[in-house]
Design a protein around this ligand. Structure first.
Ligand SMILES: CC(C)=CCC/C(C)=C/CC/C(C)=C/CC/C(C)=C/CC/C(C)=C/CC/C(C)=C/CC/C(C)=C/COP(=O)(O)OP(=O)(O)O
Ligand SMILES: O=P(O)(O)OC[C@@H](O)CO
Ligand SMILES: [Mg+2]
Length: 233
């Protein structure tokens, strides 16, 4: 089997179409040396604000993936499509329900060879994504690791995403999760706001996602790229 391109991604910036970013900041993000830009957000993502952001990112060579969080915002023209499936949601609509509706709707327009499932395990109960998807985020470590094995061993998911959006997570747990994976790649995101935290996360996960800090401290966000790339894990 050919390895998917994201197997080489160590650092990814996540840009939210619902938030403002000026041209200078976008230039810095796209030219930072990050491996990819992921476009997505848990609320306020529309067709128009997604097209707008994509067209601005397309001035650069950096690969660009859409994390599809609503059917209305499934915009053509991205390099990759990542489909969140919230494994620890209490409501099956966020595990498979909305995805089935979207597959019915888009049918043969879905570029399957560039479309991948993300097995989300949301671990910050205060995150907007946890509220929206009704995630059971207060899991003990053994349960988290059981979800990781479920995603990797039973479901053969290509991406297992430990999501702490807005809060820096437990790197010991992230490291243990990664050590269990046999075929999937461990994505970690949440609360990375310095080179130091980026380095710690890079030592624990396969791929590190940096989001909110782009909007509050761009200089700190940019420093995370080198911190991740320097780290051998
Ligand atoms: C040609 C063409 C039209 C191409 C597109 C075809 C295509 C690939 C269609 C998509 C098919 C498909 C199966 C789509 C699924 C649609 C869908 C509704 C999926 C459900 C997504 C989901 C589970 C959402 C719940 C919320 C969640 C888990 C979001 C994940 C992302 C996330 C955590 C973002 C962080 O958000 P942020 O706003 O930054 O949060 P903070 O406030 O905490 O910072
Ligand atoms: O925004 P932050 O907290 O950096 O989290 C990144 C990403 O995992 C959000 O989906
Ligand atoms: Mg965010």
């Amino acid at each position: 089997m050919i390895e998917p391109i994201f197997a080489s991604w160590k650092h990814v910036f996540k840009l939210d179409p619902d938030r403002e970013i000026n041209d200078e900041a976008l230039d810095a993000v796209c030219m930072s040396g990050t491996d990819a830009i992921m476009v997505g957000g848990s609320s306020g993502v529309t067709f128009d604000n997604t097209v707008d952001l994509l067209s601005r990112i397309r001035r650069y060579e950096v690969p660009c993936a859409l994390e599809v969080t609503s059917e209305e915002a499934a915009v053509p023209g991205f390099d990759y499509y990542l489909i969140p499936m919230v494994l620890n949601s209490r409501d099956p609509q966020w595990l498979v329900g909305r995805q089935v509706e979207a597959i019915r709707q888009f049918g043969s327009y879905i570029p399957w060879e560039n479309t991948f499932a993300e097995g989300y395990i949301i671990l910050n109960a205060d995150a907007e994504a946890a509220r929206r998807s009704d995630a059971d985020a207060r899991l003990d470590d053994l349960s988290v690791l059981a979800y990781v094995r479920l995603a990797d061993r039973l479901m053969r998911m290509p991406i297992v995403y430990l999501e702490y959006s807005g809060r820096f997570g437990n790197m010991g747990l992230v490291r243990r999760a990664r050590s269990l994976l046999t075929q999937g790649r461990l994505f970690y995101g949440g609360g990375i706001d310095s080179a130091e935290k980026a380095g710690e996360a890079a030592a624990a996960a396969d791929t590190v996602i940096v989001g909110n800090i782009i909007y509050s401290d761009l200089a700190a966000a940019l420093k995370t790229v080198q911190a991740v790339k320097q780290r051998e894990n």
